[in-house]
Design a protein around this ligand. Sequence first.
Ligand SMILES: Cc1cc2nc3c(=O)[nH]c(=O)nc-3n(C[C@H](O)[C@H](O)[C@H](O)COP(=O)(O)O)c2cc1C
Length: 352
Amino acid sequence: MKKLFLIPLMLLASLMMATACSEDEPAADGHEQTTPGEDGGEEGNEGSEDGDEGGSVDGTNGRYLVLYCSRTGNTESMAQTIQSTLDCDMIEVVPETPCDDNYNTMLERARTELAAIGQGTYPAIATSIESFEDYDIVFVGYPVWHGHMATPMQSFLHSHADLLAGKRIALFASSVSSLISTSERDAASLVPDATFEESMLLTSSTLDDMGSRIPAWLEALGASREDNQDDATEGLGINIIVGDQTITATMEDNGATRDFLSRLPLEVTLEDYNNGTEKIFYPDPELSLDDTPRGCTPVPGDITIYEPWGNVAIFCRDWTQSNSLIKIGHIDDNGIETFNVPGDITVRFERR
Ligand SMILES: Cc1cc2nc3c(=O)[nH]c(=O)nc-3n(C[C@H](O)[C@H](O)[C@H](O)COP(=O)(O)O)c2cc1C
């Protein structure tokens, strides 16, 4: 699992939460009813009570992350369906104080926490994530509490808003009957710089259709398990960010390139070498040269490896043929002009 930093005790808190799942419970004080006054009993999916494994899962498809919080297992089932459909990473967001198994106590606690959030105080959570950089879409799931996004997820979004800026977020939620729109507004104000995709709500009357509704929703979002990072290496285009400029390059289809692509995004300082002939850096560890043909006569824009030193060299000028040089890509169009400046430059390589 990439870049995930989960606070110790999370597992313990998670287990305590799972045991806090309730049976049939009295009515929730729902806002924004689809049918006014019909926000009745809370239906807990039996998954958690049956001891199904919830919590965190490490998938093979690194393009998507599923985050969820859940008290009685409904949102957790939705999260698991998304996770298994996409084969992606999944993380449970856990409140530091486990949810109460008494529904009325929980109603009151949620009311108090929502009021505190209104005053800028967020309840503590035991889940933290270092970076969302690798993920194309972050799925964020929660139960609706008093019409709003459940408070643990509000805390999570609040504490990770900077990291989530610029990301695509797809909300999913479960409720007895409330709509999702108030919680969509919660999310938009918690992470104002994210792009929100179409959301998915399942209520008591649609929860059983999860198996068909969730895959259809994922398809509409363009998310699929085939779309994983191994396939993405077949897309050989990269961006090279230099200051406020984005230069594109097309990589060769060889073993060294696949190793290089697997390390992106990567920020490095390119050192000037041989009076402006090359800009170079030293990947650490050196790039694998398996399945990589040797020998190249560099022209401006060629991205190469010099095998004896293990450095990557971007050529700004023509150079002589060498069997120790390995071509791994070429900067598109006239992009090399950006590198043709005196001294060192800092660049960031990203997949396109
Ligand atoms: C504190 C609390 C408040 C709730 N408020 C609402 C509500 O406003 N509207 C609604 O339709 N359901 C409400 N519910 C019911 C839950 O949203 C619903 O049962 C949901 O599916 C539970 O998801 P979970 O199993 O993932 O915890 C509330 C439940 C709790 C515990």
